[in-house]
Design a protein around this ligand. Structure first.
Ligand code: GLN
Length: 212
């Protein structure tokens, strides 16, 4: 079978946050055979790839720890295609600044330092047009940032920046990295599941199909 005709099972981590919205987006993509909300190790083992949604990364880490999911997810994200959006991007990183006192547990895969709550509080949320030419061509994407993080530092040449802010927002400079790829990992600081635009979900599904 060629990759074009393959279908996959996508997991959406459903411990906390905006997982329902991702599930609705994925159900619209023909290459997605099944979408599984993932809460247990057994469910995690049944999926080909995983989306870690936005939400609250400290809560997500605590719930993952209580459900004995920290280590299984850490092992999964080392080798299987995974996309982290917003809090999910924080969880995928190896390091986070602006974390709660005493630090927070992360899934430790992406070689970056993220800065949490880069733009301030909820009322500093915004929507902006971004170009992601390597993955979406010319057509910009309407990116929704809600108490969003940014990529503050890149720690490995394997990390490729595929999206940057195009304007200054508050204290945050234009050109700040907000979307990256690293081998089988994809991370966006914004929430593509809160738009009607399927293109980033389709991109991730195609990327995951290549890893089957
Ligand atoms: N500020 C949240 C955190 O630090 C992320 C917000 C979001 O996912 N929209 O986890």
């Amino acid at each position: 079978m060629t990759n074009d005709s393959k279908t996959i099972t996508v997991g959406v981590l459903a411990l906390q946050g905006a997982f329902i919205e991702h599930i609705h987006m994925l159900k619209r993509i023909p290459k997605v055979k099944d979408v599984i909300p993932v809460k247990t190790e057994e469910q995690l083992n049944s999926v080909d790839c995983l989306i870690i949604p936005g939400g609250e990364s400290t809560s997500m880490a605590l719930i993952a720890e209580r459900c004995n999911m920290l280590e299984p997810i850490r092992a999964f994200v080392q080798k299987k295609p995974t996309w982290g959006t917003c809090a999910g991007m924080i969880m995928l990183a190896k390091e986070a600044t602006g974390a709660k006192k005493g630090g927070q547990q992360l899934f430790n895969a992406l070689d970056v330092v993220v800065n949490r709550n880069q733009f301030g509080s909820q009322k500093e949320s915004f929507q902006t047009m971004l170009h992601l030419p390597e993955i979406l061509g010319e057509e910009p994407f309407a990116a929704v940032f809600i108490r969003a993080p940014v990529i503050a530092e890149i720690k490995s040449p394997k990390v490729k920046v595929v999206g940057r802010l195009e304007q200054k927002h508050g204290q945050t400079e234009a050109e700040t990295a907000v979307a990256v790829l690293q081998d089988h990992l994809f991370a966006t600081a914004f929430h593509p599941e809160l738009t009607n635009d399927l293109r980033l979900h389709e991109f991730f599904v195609d990327m995951a199909v290549k890893y089957l």
